[in-house]
Design a protein around this ligand. Structure first.
Ligand code: C2E
Ligand code: CA
Ligand code: CA
Length: 642
């Protein structure tokens, strides 16, 4: 018998719950045992379970799909990017190799790219122009073909290896050569490592520094050479001489320096002007330059001072001969604008290494020797010796002690009477300074006035003299004697001189003609215009002006006529022989006559004997001063003579 089977649906209780749910079951009837066997499931719950599984599966698929899609996108982006970089690289490369030239050509410097062996791979227009070649021609050259000598080329290649490694860049100066013209020019090279067409190479920026070098040379010339004469100057000799001395110490070589100082150059400048003075210096330099040889260097130290350095001339006879030669250069007059001028020089010589081993020492000693030469009457040379250094230290000591003397009030005035030639009456008194030194006793002005002038102390001392002699004059005003005092040209040159004197004159309430200032001719020569008006002002104020030491300078009587002076003091040297020598007697007679004719009074100085007095009185000389009547004496003593 065939069993019966079928699907059936029915509602049935859910397990463990009171809810019912539709259930689908497969039921088989088994007739033999008259029973049914079935297996079923709850329809809704099963659907739910299946739905959940399905939803889960769908999310998974979506995630995978998304993952795949994103991966594809990223990959595509990466591909795209690298493609762009590649394209840019390619573009740059094209640009580099094809367009670099255009860029390079706008640069002012020359650009050269070369390989490790120095072969030129590329250049810009400027580099080609610099070397006088075309760009194509440049490519046929190596660095060595573009430099002044093979050593230079070697140094370039060495630098490219050694120096660049550290800094990535090296800068150096270089002597380049134009290969066709064979002309050399100065360049500055900036060298850097690079790659060119895939190979190791170097790029060099080449700058023409010829102009820079030239201006450097000009600066050097300005610093080391004298503008006026074109001779090397002091700074140069300092370097040169020191180098030479060092060499000489090393090579036991010897030599001498000649310090040359033109005599009375100031007068040339003052009388003919500075432009003329400059031309004179150029002529002097030319003369000195005729001696120039490999052993002799000529230098201008400044102003009217020159220096000759003679190497390898150690023997004294040689040095003397050279000194004579230098002095002799000026025997012949110098001609400027068809006018001849006689110029002389004083020369000081110091020998090395005997006198010193530094240029400072040698210059100092040669300078000292010049000083000596001037003292001995100029137009000569003097060889330095060690006694001069002693003299210098004495002089320095004197300067110190003079300043101290002024501070401590160690100066005093002595007075010497001036006598009327006919009556023998004292009509005037000259104040003469002395230094009452605690070390040396009474020191006379001849020993310190020049030094005081040189260190400027004369201005203070001079003021003191005026103050004291004016005070003395005030006390003697009722006696009708004129007190004169000496004035240094240095003092007279001070701008406040006139006002200072007038102020003192007023303060003491002095009468016209009660005081006088004794000036020398050198005051008039130094700066005439200014001095003239100063003296005129003082004279108008009632202060008498005496011209001292007349006859020792250059002034003529004719010239005296125009000067604001009252009295001529004839120098002692004219008086000494008036009675013994007829000519000298006649000269003095003439001076007196002419002076009186132009309205000047005359004082004869240094009258020591009666015959002189008699002669002078007969000549018509107004006043006489000298040991015959009295030496200069103290204030108390002179009062007894009045
Ligand atoms: P000076 O102005 O020509 O003065 C005359 C000099 O001759 C004085 O020398 C005087 O003592 C000296 N003397 C006078 N009569 C005779 C004589 O009969 N025989 C001889 N052999 N000599 C005589 P002192 O006092 O030594 O002065 C020397 C120079 O010093 C002066 O020459 C003057 O130029 C300068 N001096 C003197 N006092 C001053 C001063 O206060 N200021 C300045 N700046 N210079 C002064
Ligand atoms: Ca005098
Ligand atoms: Ca005098």
């Amino acid at each position: 018998m065939t069993p019966w089977a079928s699907f059936v649906t029915y509602d049935y209780y859910l397990p463990d719950r009171w809810d019912v749910e539709e259930k689908l079951s497969f039921v088989i009837g088994i007739p033999e045992i008259e029973a049914y066997i079935g297996a079923g499931m709850y329809v809704e719950s099963t659907y739910k379970r299946l739905g959940a599984i399905l939803t889960k599966q769908r999310a998974g698929y979506l995630a995978i799909t998304m993952f795949i899609l994103i991966s594809l996108l990223v990959y595509a982006l990466i591909l795209l990017r690298s493609n762009q970089r590649l394209r840019r690289e390619i573009q740059e490369r094209i640009y580099a190799e094809n367009n670099l030239g255009t860029v390079f050509d706008t640069i002012h410097d020359g650009i050269m790219i070369h390989d490790e062996a120095g072969k030129i791979l590329h250049t810009n227009k400027q580099a080609a122009i610099m070397y006088g070649l075309s760009r194509e021609e440049m490519l046929n050259y190596k660095i060595e073909g573009l430099s002044a000598d093979p050593n230079m080329a070697k140094r370039w290649l060495e630098r490219q290896e050694k120096t660049i490694d550290g800094q990535g860049y090296v800068l150096f100066e270089w002597e380049a050569e134009r290969p066709l013209e064979k002309t050399v020019f100065d360049v500055e090279i900036g060298l850097r490592k690079t790659r060119w067409s895939g190979r190791q190479a170097y790029v060099a920026a080449v700058r023409d520094i010829t102009e820079r070098k030239q201006s450097m040379e000009k600066i050097h010339r300005l610093a080391y050479f004298d503008n006026l004469t074109g001779l090397p100057n002091r700074a140069y000799i300092m370097n040169e001489l020191q180098a030479r001395l060092d060499q000489s110490i090393a090579g036991s070589e010897t030599g001498a320096v000649f310090f040359i100082d033109v005599d009375n150059f100031k007068v040339v400048n003052d009388t003919h002007g500075h432009l003329f003075g400059d031309r004179m210096l150029v002529e002097i330099a030319k003369r000195l330059d005729t001696l120039s040889s490999p052993q002799l260097s000529l230098l201008r130290l400044g102003g009217d001072e020159f220096l000759i350095l003679a190497v390898n001339s150690a023997e004294e006879s040689q040095v003397r001969r050279l000194a004579d030669q230098i002095r002799g250069l000026f025997d012949e007059a110098i001609s400027i604008d068809n006018t001849s001028f006689h110029i002389t020089c004083s020369i000081g010589v110091a020998v090395y290494p005997r006198d010193g081993s530094t240029m400072e020492e040698l210059l100092k000693y040669a300078d000292l020797a010049v000083f000596k030469a001037k003292n001995r009457g100029k137009d000569r040379w003097v060889l330095y010796d060690s006694s001069m250094a002693l003299e210098l230290s004495k002089r320095t000591e004197l300067e110190k002690r003079l300043r101290e003397a002024y501070r401590k009030g160690e100066f005093i005035l002595h007075y010497q009477p001036q006598i009327a030639a006919k009556s023998g009456r004292v009509v005037g008194i000259e104040a003469l300074i002395r230094w009452q030194s605690p070390f040396d006793g009474l020191v006379f002005p001849g020993e310190f006035i020049t030094v005081a002038e040189e260190i400027g102390l004369i201005n203070e001392i001079g003021k003191w003299v005026i103050e004291n002699s004016f005070a003395f004059a005030k006390s003697l005003m009722h006696k009708g004697v004129c007190v004169s005092c000496n004035v240094s040209p240095v003092q007279l040159n001070q701008s406040s001189f006139v006002t200072d004197v007038i102020e003192a004159f007023d303060r003491f309430g002095l009468k016209k003609g009660s005081v006088a200032l004794e000036i020398t001719e050198s005051c008039l020569v130094e700066s005439f215009g200014d001095t003239y008006s100063k003296l005129a002002k003082l004279r108008d104020y009632g202060i008498m002006i005496y011209l001292d030491d007349f006859g020792t300078g250059y002034s003529s009587l004719n010239y005296m006529k125009s000067l604001p002076i009252d009295v001529l003091k004839i120098d002692k040297s004219f008086i000494d022989n008036i009675t013994a020598d007829a000519v000298e007697g006649q000269i003095v007679k003439t001076i007196v006559a002419l002076a009186r004719e132009i309205g000047l009074k005359v004082i004869a100085e240094g009258v020591e004997v009666e015959e002189q007095q008699a002669y002078l009185a007969a000549c018509g000389c107004n006043t006489i001063q000298g040991y015959l009547f009295s030496r200069p004496v103290t204030e108390a003593e002179i009062l007894d003579l009045l």
